[in-house]
Design a protein around this ligand. Structure first.
Ligand SMILES: Nc1ncnc2c1ncn2[C@@H]1O[C@H](COP(=O)(O)OP(=O)(O)OP(=O)(O)O)[C@@H](O)[C@H]1O
Ligand SMILES: [Mg+2]
Length: 412
């Protein structure tokens, strides 16, 4: 025998709880309890044999359904606004207009997996950028998200690239500016731009402001520095400090390859400094693979490993250039070739004169050019490119980076 009084009690209790959550603006929880209340009503309709009570239940059920619907549509509206490039209302548009030419609007398409190595840096960035946006509830009380992160290290090690991965994942909440463009603006203008930038981010909280090559805006103060530059720095410091404003939920991400050139006051504002060092052998191997992508090649895993070992001292961008050069190897082979052979009925490839079926011909003499196929990229192509393409980061630069790390940073 079902005790309908239990259902009645439950119904009352669920409604009270829902109302309490509503008061605290915890709408999701309120919806949860209204749904439970609705189930209790449905059970009453099912089991209460006194049919005279049913119209009352039905009426209450309708009321509760309406409440659930209202709360859910409110949530959807908020979500749409948040997802749509961070609320494109009039004021946003105005700020964006002011920032035009400095705000990088092109949306990158770089995933975390495209970035080889740098595991610590990736973890730190995810913790600082992604978690607070996706799970704001995890950052309450003493556990506050980071406010400033500086990525530094030698040129071409993936600082800007990492930021792109973060931007790809956070879409409308990532405001990326090029520092050089801010500086090149007229006197007084750049100061206003910084203000507009922070305002835009605050309106779209939680948000990330990324300033690439931050040293060009916020270098150490010098004697001959002009008034405009000084005011720009001051404004930046004020904004980053968030004086008198609620700056919770704003992360300033900076990148530089001369961290020692930063103004000490600015440097201090970056609570976390992550050293993006030259890649290790394993990461270099992975980079060669990533850069080669699906380009037709015959490299074995061992050969990739050897290339990883041979590229000691190369930066990520050096390896990118190296791979690009190697990818052109087959084209050079076509241009230099003195002999070709048939690949199948309609295609020919360059080959060595001793290959069976080789016939003497130069690239310009090929009767129908569309029959030419580029040979695969080989290990030798890489070895030839390695002889030409040397690492670009100097030992002296590395020493300075490491010295800075010992003083201020943490390893990425
Ligand atoms: N860790 C990496 N994984 C994959 N590719 C990388 C990595 N590091 C660098 N690259 C390649 O090198 C290119 C240049 O890297 P990036 O622009 O991020 O360097 P950077 O550290 O910002 O240098 P700079 O200090 O000169 O601005 C990238 O576009 C990418 O192709
Ligand atoms: Mg860069």
């Amino acid at each position: 025998m079902v005790d309908i009084n239990e259902y009645k009690k439950d119904f009352k209790m669920y409604c009270e709880k829902a109302a309490a959550f509503l008061k605290e603006e915890k709408n999701d929880d309120a919806v949860k309890f209204y749904k439970k209340a609705k189930t209790s009503l449905e059970n009453l309709i099912k089991f209460d044999e006194n049919k005279y009570n049913h119209p009352v239940y039905e009426q209450k059920k309708k009321e509760i359904e309406k409440k659930i619907e209202e709360l859910e549509s409110k949530k959807k509206k908020v979500a749409n606004k948040e997802g749509g490039g961070g609320g494109d209302d009039d004021e946003d548009a105005k700020l964006k207009e002011q920032l035009s030419g400095t705000l990088v609007t092109e949306m990158p398409n770089v995933s975390w997996d495209d970035v080889a190595g740098l595991e610590n840096a990736k973890r730190a960035l995810k913790e600082a950028v992604i978690l607070p946006i996706q799970y704001p509830q995890l950052f309450e009380g003493k556990r506050q998200p980071w406010k400033g992160i500086l990525l530094y290290g030698p040129p071409g090690t993936g600082k800007s690239y990492l930021a792109k991965a973060a931007a790809t994942e956070t879409k409308g909440r990532f405001f990326s500016v090029s520092a050089a463009n801010i500086v090149s603006k007229f006197m007084g203008e750049s100061e206003r731009l910084i203000k507009a930038l922070f305002e835009l981010a605050r309106k779209n909280k939680p948000a990330v402001i990324f300033i690439d090559e931050i040293d060009s805006v916020l270098s150490a103060r010098s004697e001959g520095e002009n008034e405009a530059t000084r005011r720009l720095k001051t404004e930046f410091l004020i904004q980053m400090q968030g004086v008198g404003k609620d700056d919770k939920g704003i992360l300033v991400l900076g990148a530089t390859n001369i961290p020692w050139g930063l103004d000490p006051a600015v440097r201090r504002r970056f609570q976390k400094k992550i050293y993006i060092s030259l890649p290790e052998a394993n990461a270099r191997k992975l980079m060669v693979k990533l850069n080669l992508g699906d380009t037709y090649n015959d490299l074995t895993d061992e050969q990739f490993t050897i290339l990883g070992n041979l590229t000691e001292g190369y930066s990520g961008s050096d390896i990118y250039n190296l791979t690009q050069d190697a990818i052109y190897g087959p084209l050079r082979k076509c241009q230099r070739a003195t002999h070709f052979k048939k690949l199948d009925a309609t295609h020919i490839v360059p080959c060595s004169p001793s290959d069976p079926g080789a016939f003497r011909m130069k690239i310009n003499d090929i009767p129908n050019p569309e029959s030419l196929v580029a040979p695969v990229v080989t290990f030798e192509d890489f070895i030839l490119s390695l002889q030409k393409m040397k690492p670009t980061v100097s030992k002296k630069d590395l020493e300075r980076q490491e010295q800075f790390t010992q003083e201020f940073g943490s390893e990425g």
